[in-house]
Design a protein around this ligand. Structure first.
Ligand code: GTP
Length: 518
């Protein structure tokens, strides 16, 4: 089973290296970390009290009443996603002038000065050398009413698995399109990532989208070009399932910082002649916070793992459901291991608890880091997420050219995990316009809705089938969504309905969701 992404470069709230440990290294007196026995922290609130406090805090919001939202930044390769985010962080005072100058100098030295803003987000040497984002970059900023966690996704089709991992942690999407001649079309045509990203995020439950029509400086702030792009995108967005009221557009130029925070100054003069609408930041400030399922059992799919200080291991992800506090013991699925939360970090601050909808880092102790993997789920020990190897799902087939038949090999994406599988049975199709059901179809073609059975393949040479921690859509929406890919192309999105569970002891605590059969 392969993890979709590499360790996060800049985890929210990542700690500085432990100075005491560094001193020991310097003196050649380093003690084995396993010898340092730390007393794990204890929980401070009873469960009812914790839920009361979480409910109250979420109602009033954090940091002077700000509500948190998770925003995935999507779009075709080179649309300007990282530049937009880098520039926005600077305009919002999240990037020091000296850091900006350092990026400008260093990118200039490499002959890549046009990427100097993107360097704020694209932190690895390889990304900077190639001028492409490869993995999800995490960052955050505040608007007057929102605390926005941003997940800057790669645009290149080779890195779609990383993009899926980012999108599955998001509540809203910021789509960046390149307005320059021919470039919008290249991204929007079949095979471009504009369409694919939009379909993917919508299938993963994202229902709000803000579109930044970028690089308008390149086309001389041509109003008709802006309108042409809005007119082309709007019907597609509606068709993909976004509601009209949840779609917003803003004309911008990320590179020169026009209409991000304001459009004052000479660079914004042309735009001011024909645009009086909101700035990009004003649109982001109105994003609706997600519905938070804090009373369901705790579920936390791990999207990144890194070494924290001392004996703790940092795991980053978005809480799908429930709430936890420091000192709580969590079960790691798959496997039989438990760990204890030593510390919780949100937007760089240590916080006492984390709840559904928040992207946080949990520093886990009392567990060997070998058991903490990208794609694993941390969950409440009293309500363990079941493991499944065969299940049925209702899928919507995307715009494919080669039909799906029984036996088709696929890659199954669930949060940050991709697993080899195959479509073992075609159960039925439903005509989406007439509602007519057809049993046992022979093939599935584009646009169909179908019930299929999916079986995970066996792990290379072991003969033992893979299993994934999942729940039916009815039990937990965020744990019940799946994307199906074949040969680097996303061919369908689905919802789990029925799990054939692994026998005890592999699936401790799991229950058949027979209600979903009806
Ligand atoms: N003229 C102009 N160029 C821009 C603007 N925004 C971005 N660019 C340029 O477009 C190129 C690509 O920008 P990136 O920010 O790396 O694009 P990206 O979408 O993050 O790319 P990937 O993440 O690799 O898909 C860079 O050379 C930027 O300088 C803009 O508003 N105007």
């Amino acid at each position: 089973m392969s993890g979709a992404s590499t360790p996060v470069r800049r985890p929210l709230g990542a700690e500085k290296p432990d100075q005491q440990l560094l001193d020991f290294v310097g003196l050649n007196l380093q003690v084995e970390e396993s010898q340092i026995v730390e007393e794990p922290p204890r929980v401070s609130l009873a469960r009812e009290k914790l839920l009361e406090e979480v409910t109250r805090a979420l109602q009033i919001g954090v940091d002077n009443g700000k509500k948190g939202v998770n925003l995935v930044v999507i779009g075709h390769v080179d649309a300007g996603k990282s530049t937009l985010m880098g520039r926005m962080l600077y305009e919002l005072g999240k990037v020091e002038e000296k850091e900006r100058l350092a990026n400008e100098r260093a990118s200039g030295k490499m002959g890549k000065s046009s990427f100097s803003w993107a360097w704020q987000m694209d932190g690895t040497a390889e990304e900077r050398q190639r001028g492409v984002t490869m993995d999800i970059a995490l960052n955050s900023f505040s608007t007057p009413h929102r605390l926005v966690t941003i997940l800057d996704a790669p645009g290149h089709r080779d890195f779609i698995p990383n993009m899926i991992s980012g999108a599955s942690q998001a509540d809203c999407a910021l789509l960046v399109v390149d307005a320059s001649t021919g470039e919008f079309e290249a991204g929007f045509d079949r095979g471009g990532q504009t369409r694919e990203h939009l379909v993917l995020v919508r299938s993963l439950g994202v229902s709000q989208v803000v579109v930044a029509v970028n690089k308008l400086d390149v086309v001389g702030w041509d109003r008709s070009r802006y309108k042409e792009i809005v007119d082309a995108l709007k019907p597609f967005l509606l068709q993909t399932g976004f509601q009209n009221s949840k779609i917003k557009f803003a004309p911008v130029a990320a590179m020169v910082g026009v209409n991000l925070i304001d459009r004052d100054g000479p660079d914004g003069a042309e735009l001011r002649k024909w645009y009086q609408g909101p700035t990009l930041i004003a649109l982001l400030d109105r994003l609706e916070p997600p519905a938070r399922d804090i009373t369901s059992p705790f579920r936390f799919p791990i999207s990144n793992v890194f070494k924290g200080s001392g004996s703790a291991t940092g795991v980053t992800g978005r809480v799908c459901s429930g709430a936890v506090q420091t000192g709580e013991k969590l079960r790691i699925v798959p496997g039989d291991e438990y760990g204890i939360i030593k510390m919780i970090s949100y937007d760089g601050d240590n916080i006492p608890w984390a709840a559904a909808g928040q992207t946080v880092t949990l520093y886990m102790t009392a567990v060997d880091p070998i058991h903490l993997n990208v794609g694993s789920i941390l969950c409440s020990p009293t309500s363990v997420v079941p493991l499944a190897t065969v299940f049925t799902a209702t899928i919507i087939v995307f715009d494919i050219t080669m039909p799906i038949t029984a036996g088709t090999s696929v890659e199954l994406f669930h949060h940050s995990q991709d697993t080899p599988a195959y479509v073992s049975k075609l159960l039925s199709t439903v005509d989406r316009s007439t509602g007519k059901v057809k049993k046992s179809p022979r093939v599935l073609t584009k646009g169909l809705s179908a019930d299929v059975q999916i079986t995970l393949r066996s792990a290379g040479g072991t003969g033992k089938a893979y299993s994934v921690p999942l729940e039916t859509f009815k039990t937990n929406k965020e744990m019940g969504r799946v994307l199906i890919r074949r040969g680097g192309e996303t061919i369908a999105a689905g919802r789990w309905h029925f799990l054939v569970l692994l026998p005890w002891p592999l699936s401790h605590g799991g229950k058949r969701d027979d209600a979903c059969l009806t």
